[in-house]
Design a protein around this ligand. Structure first.
Ligand SMILES: [Zn+2]
Length: 160
């Protein structure tokens, strides 16, 4: 499923990545071979692309917790039924798996509820807005083919 990116100018292999992988920051990189600039396809400029709502979806996290709980409970039920060791071990695996899914959801939920995640994203957004307030930086992104959302084309016109 992973894709490869090569330099458009010299063909140097630059990186291998998962298409769904997303990071936030400055996507402009320099080819180590020819020194030309390119875009890291994994990196989004937050002030331009925004943050997907799912990053803060409490419903998604609660679903995660609920699914984890169901798996763990099912495991617990199977554990009660189990008499022989292999079945016990299998049930134990369900409990462990469910607990991990549940904990993952709980940790994310706590990060959102306490504002820790929001703070981190606010900080990233501030950095991003600083970069985007630089017109030549935005022009460079456009030149390199960064995907701008359609509606926000007239975004930063009145800055000086
Ligand atoms: Zn190159």
């Amino acid at each position: 499923m992973s894709e490869k990116l090569s330099c458009a100018h010299c063909g140097q292999h630059l990186l291998t990545y998962e298409p769904r992988e997303v990071k936030y920051g400055n996507p402009i990189r320099t080819c180590p071979n020819c020194g030309r600039e390119y875009l890291d396809p994994r990196v989004r400029e937050m002030a331009i692309s925004g943050v997907p709502g799912k990053e803060f979806s409490k419903a998604g996290m609660l679903l995660c917790v609920a699914v984890g709980a169901v798996i763990a409970l099912y495991g617990w039920y199977k554990f009660g039924q189990a008499v022989r060791l292999p079945a016990e071990i299998r049930a134990g695996c369900y409990i462990a798996l469910g607990a991990v899914v549940m904990l993952g959801g709980i940790v994310e939920l706590i990060r959102v509820l306490t504002g820790t995640k929001q703070k981190k994203y606010d900080f990233l957004m501030e950095e991003s807005q600083q970069r985007v307030s630089n017109e030549s930086y935005v022009a460079k992104l456009k030149f390199l083919g960064y995907p701008f959302p359609e509606e926000e084309q007239a975004g930063n016109d009145q800055s000086s």
